[in-house]
Ligand binder design. Structure first.
Ligand SMILES: NC(=O)c1ccc[n+]([C@@H]2O[C@H](COP(=O)([O-])OP(=O)(O)OC[C@H]3O[C@@H](n4cnc5c(N)ncnc54)[C@H](O)[C@@H]3O)[C@@H](O)[C@H]2O)c1
Length: 381
């Protein structure tokens, strides 16, 4: 049965496809080729309309599809309903491990993961299922770090270190989208604000560049001297974290590391600081400790909460410290859709390829094919 929520999500997907018809092109290709006919495939993902746009086309390529919600904070219930209507098994409830185990009950032969979470549960709780897994795909930096620390009995294709992801999605997708969310939630204009970017990988570089393009005064903190030097030559001030937080009006994390901004850093922050996370997961800013010790908390609006540290500053957290552009599904979806196209094309390749266990970098030939399809979708062929 079609619900009004799922109709709304379907309309959003249709609108995205109108202005950037990359996904429908792939859907036509997969409907012709049916690469996953007779296979079971699981996807662990943020359940946003962007994921819906991908899943709708993937299912045209045959096979049985299961989707696990990687976080309740980024789960759009309209998307859950839409995917269920289209025959996808969607797992959203319970805790993360239970969702993973339910997804693994479907015995996937291919897995697409974020954060190496579903694969981590498979290795820890269902190691016997590794035999039935042909291969997997990981799309995030955090996931690649985790997979490198694991002993892999199957091949995992690393999409994060491909050329498309860091050049387009991490830099332009997050850089553009996150500031749109900040303005929508707070009504703050970014121009003239003192912004601190913590972590100067591709995500941080995009955040810094887009904030500067809007007229913010941007500083950058990174614990890696090479990244800090790059930030310096890109024209950003590079203070220590303490100095940066003491001056910034908005601080955004993009490190992939838990407690990159910890409680002791927050105690010396500027009064009124707005805290935003763009990195994977919800722990880069220690919001849990902040909530525990705060003497007051005000809900200023949806996704906007202010806390008062005893004897210290007022601090505002957006989106509960979860990656804000994903929580709000904001910004330019095109780089994300390109990455999802790459994910789909990689799954198409993996349905045939026989790879040795271990990490495999996504082949440049697949990236080039996706780039050409994206150029076609942009009318730039
Ligand atoms: N929000 C999104 O839509 C989105 C999209 C892509 C990636 N991500 C996530 O964003 C994060 C960053 O991605 P990236 O590709 O830029 O990663 P990256 O690893 O290339 O860059 C992270 C940077 O943070 C620095 N860093 C680590 N710990 C630090 C600390 N405690 N203090 C200061 N600097 C520190 C590192 O030195 C590094 O330069 C990852 O968690 C990734 O999964 C989010």
């Amino acid at each position: 049965m079609t619900t009004s929520r799922s109709t709304h999500a379907a309309a959003e997907v249709a609108r995205m496809n109108t202005f950037f018809p990359l996904m429908p092109t792939l859907g036509n290709r997969w409907a012709r080729r049916r690469p996953w006919e007779g296979m079971r495939v699981a996807v662990n993902a943020h359940l946003t309309t962007l994921t819906a746009a991908l899943m709708r086309e993937l299912t045209l390529g045959g096979g049985e599809w299961s989707v696990c919600a990687s976080s309740p904070a980024t789960t759009d219930l309209a998307v859950v309903e839409l995917l269920r209507e289209e025959g996808v098994s969607v797992y959203t409830g319970g805790d993360l491990t239970n969702r993973h185990l339910s997804t693994l009950d479907d015995n996937p032969e291919l897995i697409a993961d974020v954060g190496f979470e579903l694969l981590g549960t498979l290795l820890a709780r269902r190691p016997e299922q590794a035999q039935g897994l042909r291969a997997a795909v990981e799309i995030t930096r955090t996931g690649v770090t985790r997979l490198r620390a694991a002993s892999l009995p199957f091949a995992v294709v690393n999409l994060n270190d491909g050329l498309l992801k860091s050049n387009l999605e991490n830099r332009h997708g997050v850089g553009n989208g996150l500031w749109t969310s900040v303005t929508a939630i707070t009504d703050m204009q970014i121009a003239g604000r003192r912004v601190l970017v913590v972590g100067y990988g591709p995500v941080g570089q995009g955040l810094a560049a887009y904030a500067r393009a809007q007229g913010a005064a941007v500083s950058v903190v990174d614990r890696d001297p090479i990244r800090r030097l790059s930030a310096h030559y890109d024209g950003f001030i590079t203070p220590s974290l303490g100095e940066g937080l003491a001056r910034a009006e908005i601080a955004v994390t993009a490190t992939g590391v838990e407690r990159a901004i910890a409680l002791e850093h927050l105690e010396v922050a500027r009064d009124g600081l707005v805290l935003v996370n763009a990195g994977h997961g919800g722990q880069e800013i220690d919001v849990a400790r902040l909530r525990e010790v705060a003497e007051k908390g005000d809900q200023l609006g949806p996704l906007c909460t202010r806390y008062k540290l005893p004897g210290g500053p007022w601090l505002t957290v957006l989106g509960g410290g979860h990656p804000l552009n994903i929580v709000t599904n904001s910004g330019s979806p095109e780089p994300v859709l390109m990455q999802f196209a790459l994910l789909g094309m990689t799954l198409e390749w993996l349905a045939q390829a026989a790879l040795k266990p271990g990490e495999v970098l996504v082949p440049v030939s697949i990236e080039a094919e996706v780039a050409q399809l994206a150029l076609n979708a942009l009318g730039q062929s």
